[in-house]
Each structure stands twice: as C-alpha cells, then as structure tokens.
Ligand binder design. Structure first.
Ligand code: ATR
Length: 283
C-alpha cells in the first residue's frame, strides 16, 4: 500500500500532541502513513517548503509562527483559510500545495459533539488572536449572534469589521474589563475563551469567575493545559455546562486527516491518544 509522510512544521514543536493523534489514527485506519513534528525556524520556512515539495510530503500541519507567513508560499487557499487569513493544514495534490484552516470547524464540531448548537445563540468570545479569528468566522457563519471582547480593544474592533466586510454579518466588539464582561455574560448563552489566560504554568488565572456566570451558560475554554482550567471550574461552580479545549484540538486534527485521506477520522482513537500522552507527560 501507498506509504505517505505527513509533518507538522512550527517553532517550537516540542509540546505537540499531533504525532500521537495522527499516527494512532493512521494505524487504526490501516494506513501505512507516518507523521512527524519538525522544528522550522521562521527564517527557514521558505527553504523548508521547497524541500517539502521536492520530497513530495503528502500533507502538513502548520503552527506558530508560520500560520500566516506560509500563505505566500502556497499554490492556493481553500475558503476556510482565505476567510481567516491563516493556514493550519496543507494538502499536497500532485505537487500543488493548498492551504486550509480547520480550527473554526474544529471548534464547531467540538461544540456539536457536546450537543451545543450555535445557531441563534448569543456568543461572547474572549480574545482576538489567531484561534479567535478562526472561531469567530465559523460561529458567525453558523448563525450565532457574536460579541468579541479583547484586552487590546482595537483588535476586537478590527476582527468585527473584517467579519462584517467578508461575511456581511455584524459582530459587536467590546473592551475586556471585569465590569463590562460581567454585564455581557448576563446576556450570553455561550462564553468562549480563546485567550491564553489560565494556561499552564499560570493555571490559577481566569478572566471570568463563577459569580459572573449563570446556570444556563455554556462555557468553552480552548485552553487544554490543564484539561480542567480554572475558568471551567468556575463554570461548574455556577452550574454552567462546560466544554473542554482538548476536544477542539482533536477535532481540528480529525478534519485535517479527513482532508488528506478522504476517510472519516477515528475521533475516539485520536482523543485517547492525546489523553494518554498528556497523562504520560504529567508523570
Ligand atoms: P493565538 O494565535 O493562540 O490565539 P495570540 O494571537 O497570541 O494567540 O492571541 C492571544 C490572545 O490572548 C489575544 O487576544 C490576547 O489579547 P491582546 O490582543 O490584548 O494581546 C489575549 N491575552 C493574552 N494574555 C492576556 C491577558 N493576560 N489578559 C487578557 N487577554 C490576554
């Protein structure tokens, strides 16, 4: 059978769970493929892409710091990447490299897998970085009523304007301060944290506490180190439903695998591989 090589390029790549998820998925699907993580510093990206083309690498995942800069080195973009202006997945089809972005759809699939529908829901999104952009476009397209709050308020405004410009959908920008967030959470159905607040090693931090939440709220934190972030623990205390970030990591990887292979991804196998690796590292 065809043996193919896939890679993740980024800098750093040490903390990644992708090789474990992807190789477990290939094994489970009976595919003779291999996935490796390769550290590529920013200034070597263009050379690396030439090399990957020459080696006929079948597909790539792209992470920080290359998600935007890789675009000019590709032969085309799928709509998912063109909208967001960032690429996390590349498919090599007979030498043509096409960029995709599976983060937004991954977030939607993660919410769906927890029976959360976004259509018609009031979503308060915290953050305006790369992950926030992908999620914002996806939930706006899926029919959510979106508010974007960011510490640097100008970035929230810029993201809202880009969404309106590209999709013709209005999103509301706001600054990220406790009093304003408290008010906004009251009028929200779903709270999504895309900021790095609460990520290890500063895992005791949160932008929203239980006293600001209500029992009908759904709280989704894309941070997955730790798996149960302070924000999710605060949500539990308030009686709100919680959605872990590991699910999004798994779903965005599953979508990449589906783009490459055309086969349905074994999501449960991939999630188990990611959880095993996290457990192994915690020892
Ligand atoms: P990513 O691509 O992973 O989303 P990023 O582009 O660096 O990462 O974005 C990080 C997000 O977390 C930003 O929205 C950032 O806010 P700023 O735009 O104001 O920088 C947000 N963020 C990081 N640390 C924060 C903190 N201590 N309080 C509030 N927001 C924070």
């Amino acid at each position: 059978m065809d043996s193919k090589v896939f890679a993740l390029i980024g800098d750093p790549v040490e903390g990644t769970l992708s090789p474990m998820m992807m190789n477990a998925a290939f094994r489970s699907l009976g595919l003779n493929h291999a996935y490796v993580a390769v550290r590529v510093p920013g200034k070597l990206l263009a050379d690396a892409v030439v090399g990957l083309r020459k080696m006929d690498i079948a597909g790539l995942n792209v992470t920080i710091p290359h998600k935007v800069s890789v675009i000019t080195l590709l032969d085309g973009l799928d709509e998912s990447a063109a909208l967001v202006g960032a690429v996390n997945t590349i498919k090599n089809t007979r030498g043509k490299l096409i960029g995709f972005n599976t983060d937004g759809e991954g977030a939607l699939r993660n919410l769906e897998s927890r029976s959360v529908k976004v259509k018609g829901k009031r979503i308060l999104l915290l953050g305006s970085g790369g992950a926030a952009r992908a999620i914002a476009f996806s939930v706006a397209e899926a029919g959510a009523d979106l508010t974007i709050a960011n510490r640097t308020a100008a970035r929230a405004t810029e993201l809202a304007l880009t969404i309106e410009d590209k999709l013709g959908i209005k999103a509301k920008p706001m600054p990220l301060n406790r009093a304003k967030i408290k008010e906004a959470v009251k009028g929200s159905d779903i709270l999504v944290n895309t900021t790095s607040v609460g990520m290890r090693p500063k895992e005791n931090r949160t932008l929203v506490t239980s006293d600001m939440m209500h029992g009908d709220l759904i709280v989704f934190d894309i941070v997955y180190k730790p798996l149960r972030t302070r924000l999710l623990r605060e949500a539990e205390r308030a009686g709100a439903k919680t959605v872990e970030g590991l699910g999004m990591l798994v779903q965005q990887a599953a979508l990449a695998l589906e783009i490459w292979t055309g086969k349905k991804a074994p999501v449960k196998v991939m999630e188990a591989a990611a959880r095993n690796e996290l457990r192994r590292r915690a020892k």
